[in-house]
Design a protein around this ligand. Structure first.
Ligand SMILES: NC(=O)c1ccc[n+]([C@@H]2O[C@H](COP(=O)([O-])OP(=O)(O)OC[C@H]3O[C@@H](n4cnc5c(N)ncnc54)[C@H](O)[C@@H]3O)[C@@H](O)[C@H]2O)c1
Length: 301
């Protein structure tokens, strides 16, 4: 598939930004990665590597191509360096509206005027961010899942002024990296599939937090029902429980419905530093969570 442009910058090298950068490099883009944290790319790369190895998952980017992708990616803690000459910026920093707005403002001041800005936010429509960039017609949402694990699809949604050609370029970019674009026709919180996944996640958390069931049974049921390798709780651990809670807060802030608030029990886990794979403990313990046990689906009594 033809590339719609050549130079891509990923802003934020956490769990998602690092994967997006790997896929862009793998597809032959010139990739810069920016993060305020020195060594962020190397650190997250190592975590992703260890997590997939422990889960014995064969990643979409074959193991023997990882090193080449890593070497092709240029990491910097200078935003100016990261954005000189860029065509397409994908922002994947912490899920915080003010942080993202501040970044889009700086990006708008530094990047070439034609550059397109995408946000990988899980819950914020780009319409909440676009004006800070001073180029709302060139802003959009591109929302990825866990691509290295095989979820190679991405939601694609415009803001209030996004040009059709910008949406088309976003779509072409996704296709060129082997992703299925899920194009949203009008704005909705959670985009296409993420809003469906959110309903599953919310109900799963509710069942656990109110002690209706053991969370492992929900994961077992989900895996048996769908044939997936993980259930909602295993997946939330991979996403990061702090990110999960931040996303729920976005829904709560919009609806002000107490049922949309992340459960207190989840916030307590986060306060204890139980953030999932990235901190070594969440619902499960890592690097060898019990759901990898061959007997997990049907444990012997
Ligand atoms: N984790 C997931 O499964 C997932 C899935 C889809 C979308 N997302 C979205 O992607 C974004 C990132 O999530 P994540 O899970 O990768 O987060 P993460 O916590 O793993 O990483 C965030 C990174 O952003 C960096 N950062 C924070 N503020 C910054 C700033 N001002 N400038 C530059 N870098 C900064 C941090 O140092 C960190 O490396 C969020 O918007 C989240 O909603 C996450």
């Amino acid at each position: 598939m033809d590339k719609p442009f050549q130079r891509v910058t990923v802003v934020g090298s956490g769990i998602l930004g690092t994967q997006i950068a790997m896929f862009a490099a793998h597809a032959g883009y010139t990739v810069n990665v920016y993060d305020t944290r020195q060594g962020a790319f190397d650190e997250t790369y190592a975590k992703l590597y260890a997590d997939l190895k422990a889960k014995q998952i064969n990643p979409v980017i074959a193991w023997d191509q990882w090193q080449g992708c890593k070497e092709a990616i240029r990491f910097t803690t200078s935003l100016k360096e990261a954005l000189s000459d860029v065509d397409f910026v994908v922002e994947a920093v912490t899920e915080d509206l003010n942080v993202k707005r501040e970044l889009f403002k700086k990006m708008g001041e530094i990047a070439p005027p034609e550059a397109i800005f995408a946000t990988n936010s899980s819950s914020l429509p780009v319409s909440k961010i676009e004006d800070s960039s001073a180029r709302p017609q060139r802003c959009l949402n591109t929302h990825f899942y866990m691509p290295l694990q095989g979820i190679t699809m991405a939601d694609l949604m415009g803001g209030t002024k996004t040009l059709p050609e910008v949406m088309d370029k976003g779509e072409q970019w996704l296709r060129s990296m082997g992703f299925v674009p899920l194009r949203v026709k009008k704005e909705i919180l959670g985009f296409c599939f993420n809003s469906v996944w959110r309903a599953i996640k919310k109900q799963s958390l509710y069942m656990w937090a109110n002690d209706f069931v053991d969370f492992r049974d929900i994961d077992r049921a989900w895996r048996i029902f769908t044939g997936a390798q993980w259930g909602p709780f295993g997946l939330m651990d991979t996403v990061g429980l702090d990110t999960v809670a931040n996303i729920e807060m976005v829904y709560y802030d919009k609806s002000e419905d107490p049922q949309d608030k992340p459960p207190e029990k989840l916030l307590e886990k986060i306060k204890k530093g139980e953030l999932g794979v990235k901190s070594g403990k969440g619902f499960y313990s890592y690097p060898n969570p019990e759901y990898l046990d061959p007997d997990f689906l049907n444990p012997k009594k």
